[in-house]
Design a protein around this ligand. Structure first.
Ligand code: UDP
Ligand code: MG
Length: 339
């Protein structure tokens, strides 16, 4: 009987065929040194390249302490959905989401586990600076955090990604949140718990390219803000009230001026400016309303966040030298049920 895992790593993967070998060759020695039973949960998020095939070929040396489980999603659902799937599947007492491009250094895991053992529920890995990012990404990220932290219920810790250790209690709390639009960083902090941080310098990708281009990042930012704040909706009442008050004062001024000085016809330019400006403002307001309405619509459909196609796991039978990785999963359910 293999020991149940203490540490679960969640690795979301989307077209990462070139990153896999460097990742595992750096991760596995770190996990071995931990001396704790670990499971590596790979979520193949609908990769179109050889990621899945390569994953299934990875031969981890037969060990009691290490399990590799691969869950294949039916298509690309996005990193947030892949992380959600990982949290559902993880069985460990501590759970660590980690990117496979080595931008999250596996060597930090030992320190995270030490702090967790000292009683922290969450150990955040925070990057010391953003020097490895482009000027544009650095500035837009800073702007996003500033904006988010001004209006969201619970502020996000700056320069922290998804790489963090979470105690089982934290994971169970996150699983209580049923929303379909999942901005995981926001959900991670929303649950609270005792947390501490460690700092590291984030390098560039080991191989391949970032899956988040400008448009995807913009939508991700919108998702984050609309999921965790209704301020963009409420601001329009104040804006409307201010414009109404100003219009009232200006209207009185025009009436008085007309009564005193008579009719003054010219005014085409100012009239057109005001009409166009207010028309634009109203459309922006409608757009914001639409953002929320659309999201409410998506939530009400109650579709699943992800769909699982198949689960593969190394049987890790001590006497068996080959990995048996072809166990179909007929229904959604944690790998534990099948081990
Ligand atoms: N990822 C994923 N699904 C996606 C996009 C990304 O599972 O739709 C994974 C990706 O394989 C990687 C992690 O999420 O392991 C972080 O992606 P990436 O490195 O491209 O993001 P960045 O570091 O540039 O923010
Ligand atoms: Mg990356």
């Amino acid at each position: 009987m293999r020991p149940s895992p203490i540490i679960s790593l969640i690795c979301p993967l989307y077209n990462e065929e070139d990153s896999l070998i460097p990742f595992f060759s750096r991760l596995i020695p770190v996990l071995r040194q931990l001396g704790e039973p670990c499971e590596i949960i790979c979520i193949d998020d609908g990769s179109q390249d050889q990621t899945l095939n390569q994953l299934l070929q990875i031969q981890i040396q037969q060990e009691e302490m290490l399990t590799l489980v691969v869950h294949e999603l039916t298509r690309n659902f996005g990193k947030e959905a892949a992380l959600t799937a990982g949290l559902d599947m993880a069985r460990g007492e501590a759970v660590i989401p980690i990117d496979v491009d080595l931008q999250d250094p596996p060597e930090l895991i030992a320190e995270m586990v030490t702090l967790w053992r000292r009683g922290y529920d969450v150990v955040l890995a925070r990057r010391e600076d953003r020097s490895s990012d482009s000027w544009l990404k650095r500035n837009t990220a800073q702007w996003f955090y500033w904006m988010y932290n001004k209006i969201a219920d619970i502020p996000l810790p700056e320069n922290a990604g998804d790489f963090r250790l979470m105690d089982r209690r934290v994971v169970e709390a996150i699983k209580l949140m049923p929303e379909r639009q999942r901005f995981m960083k926001g959900l991670f902090v929303w649950v609270g718990f005792r947390s501490t941080s460690i700092y590291y310098v984030r390098g560039t990708r080991s191989a391949g390219s970032s899956k988040f281009n400008g448009w995807r990042l913009w939508n991700f930012a919108l998702e984050g803000i609309t999921s965790h704040s209704t301020a963009p909706l409420r601001i329009w009442s104040y804006f409307g009230a201010s414009i109404a008050a100003l219009s009232f004062i200006y209207g009185n001024f025009i009436i008085l001026r007309t009564l005193i000085y008579g009719v003054d016809l010219p005014g085409y330019a100012s009239l057109l400016t005001v009409i166009l400006f207010l028309g634009g403002i109203q459309l922006i307001g409608l757009g914001v309303l639409g953002e929320y309405l659309g999201r409410t619509y998506m939530e009400t459909k109650q579709r699943p966040v992800y769909l699982l196609r198949k689960t593969y796991y190394h049987s890790l039978n001590q006497s068996d030298n080959k990995s048996d990785m072809s166990h179909e999963l007929g229904q959604h359910g944690p790998a534990s049920e099948r081990n």
